[in-house]
Design a protein around this ligand. Structure first.
Ligand code: ZN
Length: 224
């Protein structure tokens, strides 16, 4: 019989493979985690291994303080990024970090993605900010990412990649996929000659829908 942890580990493994197949991430880069609701435990990908060929037994169980409870590998070096986001936002139960081409290109250009399509506001919360640079795996990167996620479900990490989060791993993957596509659309629109952002009234209207969805999952949350 499969326990809840077995099911969640399988979800993480499937997401990492899906991201590789879809070009959202590659090789040994990227990581994903799930906070087990109502506990202090986080399931998280290991450091170093090729992410598309992970098996559920490669996924670690760690505490919010980063102590390994279960697992044969070292946890991802970006573990502080994950735990810092969980500490800051109680409506987040899954975090995915990836090195997608278009999001990373914008992260290198240090260009935030303005609100250019409505689903971006409804599902991500508005524009996607870029953090200041901080070295990978650092507590500083974790803090800057958590800050950039205020009222948003994704952020670009300067010269590095993207982080997306959600109420569960399916939502985090949806957000990540959307942001990668919107990053591509944004770059292409600039090549086409002109990028027009959504009208202010439209952003405000769609943002209300974003907050309503957030409140449904986490009724007590105050969204700035
Ligand atoms: Zn990375």
């Amino acid at each position: 019989m499969h326990t809840l942890y077995d099911v969640l580990k399988k979800e993480i493994v499937d997401v990492m493979r899906h991201m590789e197949d879809r070009g959202l991430n590659y090789g040994r880069s990227g990581n994903a985690s799930i906070r087990v609701k109502g506990t202090e435990y986080v399931l998280i990908t290991p450091s170093g291994l090729p992410k598309a060929s992970l098996t559920p037994s490669d996924v670690l169980v760690v505490t919010m303080d980063g102590d390994v409870v279960e697992g044969v590998h070292r946890p991802t070096v970006e573990m502080p990024l994950h735990t810092t986001i969980y500490r800051r936002y109680d409506y987040v139960n899954s975090v995915i970090h990836a090195h997608g081409i278009y999001t990373t290109a914008l992260a290198v250009a240090r260009e935030p993605i303005p609100p250019i399509v409505e689903e971006m506001v409804i599902y991500v919360g508005g524009d996607v900010r870029v953090t200041e640079y901080a070295p990978f795996g650092s507590g500083e990167l974790a803090e800057r990412a958590a800050e950039a996620l205020m009222g948003r479900k994704a952020a670009l990490l300067a010269n590095h990649g993207v982080v997306a989060c959600g109420y569960d791993i399916q939502e985090a993957l949806e957000v990540l996929t959307l942001v990668e596509r919107v990053a591509q659309v944004y770059l292409l629109s600039r090549l086409a000659g002109r990028t027009t952002t959504l009208p202010e009234e439209s952003v405000e209207l769609q943002r209300k829908l974003f907050i309503e969805r957030l409140k449904r999952n986490s009724p007590s949350t105050e969204i700035p």
